[in-house]
Design a protein. Structure first.
Length: 200
């Protein structure tokens, strides 16, 4: 089993335990509200990559009713559908998902942390095409001064993570311009928070 398949299996098999962990984390209120302010468009089409239990979707849906989210875990999506009964959710992997071509905002909160450079670079190309002119990609990734791969085994199973520097991310995100960039320290880890925009 390759590392990506192995990682996805953890989210599928341990959905209930992971849901409790995810729901204990703070909602991304600051990041979500800032993104909608930057776009400044009425009822935009929003896609959330790795929506998990729908925790952030609850806040996103206060700003738009034109939303769908997807996740690799059916178990997490079952919880999301209870929290957001009027929202649309799909079981899907970001690598293989076919994105529509009229998206205004893409959220990827800690959901691309299992993609290596090749996978992330290919995904950025897909997301750039999928976004409308002036569309925004808001994402967070594990941060380090240099790209590295790290496999960890914990109570949930074995997962492989990738750490990126800001320079490495921006080299992969060709065509995007940077609206905001911030390094945040959370739960003994450094994260890079980026708001990228497709030029008008």
């Amino acid at each position: 089993m390759d590392t990506h398949t192995q990682t996805i299996k953890v989210y599928q098999d341990k959905a209930e335990a992971l849901a409790a962990k995810f729901d204990a984390l703070p909602t991304r209120t600051k990041h979500i509200e800032e993104t909608f302010r930057l776009l400044n468009k009425s009822n935009p089409l929003v896609v959330e990559i790795g929506c998990g239990t729908g925790k952030d979707a609850q806040l996103i849906l206060q700003h738009t009713d034109n939303y769908f989210g997807f996740d690799v875990s059916q178990g997490l999506l079952n919880i999301a559908r209870v929290k957001c009964p009027n929202a649309t959710f799909f079981v899907a992997d970001a690598i293989s998902f076919v994105f529509p071509n009229n998206i205004d905002i893409l959220f990827a909160f800690a959901s691309l942390i299992h993609l290596n450079k090749e996978q992330l670079g290919a995904l950025f190309k897909k997301l750039f095409i999928a976004l409308n002119p002036s569309g925004i990609l808001r994402l967070s990734l594990k941060y380090d001064k240099k790209y590295k791969e790290f496999t960890r085994q914990d109570e949930f199973g074995t997962r492989t993570y990738y750490y990126y520097s800001d320079k490495e991310i921006l080299a992969l995100a060709k065509g995007f311009k940077v609206l905001t960039k911030e390094i945040e320290h959370f739960q003994d880890q450094n994260w890079i928070e980026l708001t990228l925009q497709k030029p008008a």
